[in-house]
Write a protein that binds this ligand. Structure first.
Ligand code: NAD
Ligand code: LMR
Length: 336
């Protein structure tokens, strides 16, 4: 059956991640080879030339699935009738900027964009926030879109999930697709908890495989606490240090996989995404928190019923405390 084109809006489309996203979406990597797309590129006036240039290049690719590209600096136009929104454009932290300043500056972006989604997006719209601080930006956008069900707003932690799988794959000497059940909990920040407690490799618990590979349970636990968790949680900073700028292609890849699994379904293999908490695992309702999730194609749902031991609980609670502090900071500014 021929599909109507799906309208996909990308904010910050003239930036680095935007450039890495557009061509893969237009080639069918996000929604599959049977789903044509119409792209809407939103930029601020300073970014318009870059977005317009990308639109010219998209035309030059002559992608069969691409049914049009619009470039605009008007949020209402960009989100009118949109089915999928990737909110990438954000205000980076500048010199001397405190976290509260950063949250306020981004609220000035994600508040109006949430309102524009509320005003004109399709009834079935799904939104993923990539721009940092992603979880709290998603909270702000959702709060500014009271007519859109809050569970349509998610934030990207798939990059953290993929980073965790990448590290385990290297340490255990196995292909990444042999690893299942990794979960990233909390904030997309250095407090996140990449958790392998319920993960398996070729059907064997990852913790047992690590103990066998590293020479005992204690060594394996030390590797997880002292190397794996900090490496994954600070991988964004490591990339900045080594590359000289933040992750781009891996972030775009993760955003594509996040939307693909949300819209087309995960099957029975859980992944990680930051979704609006309904109180699962004691995470305060309304926070946009990363959990293990599954989707049957109708949106991410938290995988419930996993046992969290005391160590895991400590990690989860620390990251959730940071999300609460971010929420309280934007609440104090009257933003949510
Ligand atoms: P970039 O600076 O190259 O591009 C950002 C673009 O957004 C710019 O072109 C800018 O003009 C545009 N922009 C700014 N305000 C806008 C607005 N109100 N509306 C529309 N466009 C706007 O940055 P990048 O490398 O593409 O990264 C984008 C964001 O993604 C950053 O916040 C970065 O920290 C974040 N990021 C998140 C993850 C994640 O896993 N969640 C990973 C990597 C990067
Ligand atoms: C990342 O995880 O690569 C980005 O969020 C950039 C950063 O500042 O960590």
């Amino acid at each position: 059956m021929a599909h109507e084109p799906t309208t996909v809006t990308i904010t910050g489309a003239g930036g680095q991640i935007g450039y890495a996203l557009l061509f893969r979406i237009a080639a069918g990597d996000m929604l599959g080879p049977g789903r044509p797309v119409r792209l809407r590129l939103l930029e601020i006036p300073q970014g318009m030339k870059a977005a317009q240039g990308a639109a010219l290049e998209l035309q030059d690719c002559a992608f069969p699935l691409l049914h049009g590209v619009d470039v605009t600096d008007d949020a209402r136009t960009a989100f009118d009738g949109t089915d999928i929104a990737l909110l990438v454009g954000a205000r980076p932290r500048g010199p001397g900027m405190e976290r509260a300043d950063l949250l306020a500056a981004n609220a000035g972006i994600f508040g109006p964009q949430g309102a524009a989604i509320n005003a004109g997006a399709s009834d079935a719209v799904r939104v993923v926030v990539v721009g940092n601080p992603a979880n709290t930006n998603a909270l702000i956008a959702a709060a500014s879109a009271p007519d859109v069900p809050a569970d349509r707003f998610t934030a990207l932690t798939r990059l953290d999930h993929n980073r965790a799988v990448g590290q385990l794959s290297e340490r255990l000497g196995v292909r990444p697709d042999a690893i299942r059940g990794v979960a990233v909990w909390g904030n997309h920040s250095a407090t996140q908890f990449p958790d392998v407690e319920h993960a398996t490799v070729g059907g064997v618990p990852v913790e047992r495989a690590l103990a066998d590979a590293l020479g005992g349970q204690d060594v394996a636990t030390r590797w997880l606490d002292d190397e794996f968790i900090p490496r994954v949680a600070r991988r964004g900073a490591e990339i900045i240090e080594v590359r000289g700028s933040s992750s781009v292609a891996s972030a775009a890849n993760a955003a594509i996989e996040h939307v693909r699994d949300d819209v087309l379904g995960t099957g029975d293999d859980p992944t990680s995404a930051a979704v609006v908490s309904r109180g699962e695992y004691g995470v305060p309702e309304g926070l946009v928190c990363s959990f293990p999730v599954l989707s049957d194609g109708s949106g991410y749902r938290v995988v419930e019923g996993l046992a969290l031991d005391e160590r895991a609980r400590r990690y989860v609670d620390a990251s959730v405390a940071e999300l609460v502090a971010e929420r309280d900071a934007v609440r104090a500014l009257g933003l949510v």
